[in-house]
Design a protein around this ligand. Structure first.
Ligand code: AP5
Length: 229
């Protein structure tokens, strides 16, 4: 039995790679609904730890506010614990993890202990300049977390969440121009090398993620169907 992961050998494991604002969270939530997979966002897990005031959260808070990467030991421990929960047996979409080679190697180790491997690592290919626009217009429903954008995706009824009817919305503390620049820099320096890492494993699939959200979702759905067939 592996130390942490709970997914059986047949459960799909998909990775979404891409810079801040590439659409990882948007697409992971859509895949979760369509395929019944579990979205594992280390950003969401870390924000929950910060809000709960855990030791890991306290260590992560300032790092996240600066737009830098939280240390590998904290993130790997959080991810390992979440993977051990029963719902992950359905299969997972990793959103924002791994982000360094150390994290990628740790994930390979966790999966290999249960005879699993990654089905596909999908790289969402986007322009840096567009990412600043996407991130600065982003907001989410305070009740259910559904994502919206000032220009690209507004609720059908202004001020009311399409998904749960909530009327409170929030914006992330790290979604400002200065922090976004630091986050993009961290992506290119520490995460982009994973494109070669997964290419070497023959797991990498790159897709143009500059189009409409629904079109990108269609491409991803086709990839998931093929990768998990
Ligand atoms: P995290 O929460 O993972 O943030 P991120 O990677 O910066 O990614 P984002 O959530 O900003 O973007 P996204 O790609 O999910 O885009 P979204 O779908 O929301 O990490 C935050 C911090 O936590 C990090 O900086 C780091 O400190 C720490 N951290 C997390 N994981 C870590 C790890 N593994 N190791 C170390 N540290 C870690 O879309 C953005 C907006 O654009 C939305 O409004 C959306 O509606 C809109 N949109 C999406 N797609 C499109 C489209 N095709 N066209 C137009 N608009 C679109």
């Amino acid at each position: 039995m592996m130390d942490g992961a709970n997914t059986p050998a047949t459960a799909p494991v998909l990775i979404l790679l891409g810079p801040p604002g590439a659409g990882k969270g948007t697409q992971a939530r859509m895949l979760e609904e369509t395929f019944g997979l579990v979205q594992l966002s280390t950003g969401d897990l870390l924000r929950a730890a910060v809000a709960a005031g855990t030791e890991a959260g306290q260590r992560a808070k300032a790092v996240m506010e600066a737009g830098e990467l939280v240390s590998d030991d904290i993130v790997i421990a959080i991810l390992r614990d979440r993977l051990a929960e029963a719902d992950c047996a359905k299969g997972v979409i990793l959103d924002g993890f791994p982000r360094t080679t150390v994290q990628a190697e740790a994930l390979d180790g966790l999966l290999s202990e249960s005879g699993q491997k990654i089905n596909a690592a999908v790289s969402l290919e986007v322009d840096d300049a567009a990412m600043v626009t996407r991130i600065s217009g982003r907001y989410t429903c305070g009740a259910c977390g559904e994502g919206y954008h000032d220009s690209f995706k507004q609720p059908a009824k202004a001020g009311t969440c399409d998904k749960c009817g909530g009327t409170e919305f929030k914006r992330r503390a790290d979604d400002n121009a200065e922090t976004v620049a630091a986050r993009l820099e961290a992506y290119h320096a520490q995460t982009a090398p994973l494109i070669d890492y997964y290419a070497a494993q023959h797991a990498l699939i790159g897709i143009d993620a500059m189009g409409e959200i629904e079109d990108i979702a269609g491409k991803l759905a086709a990839i998931v169907k093929t990768a998990t067939a």
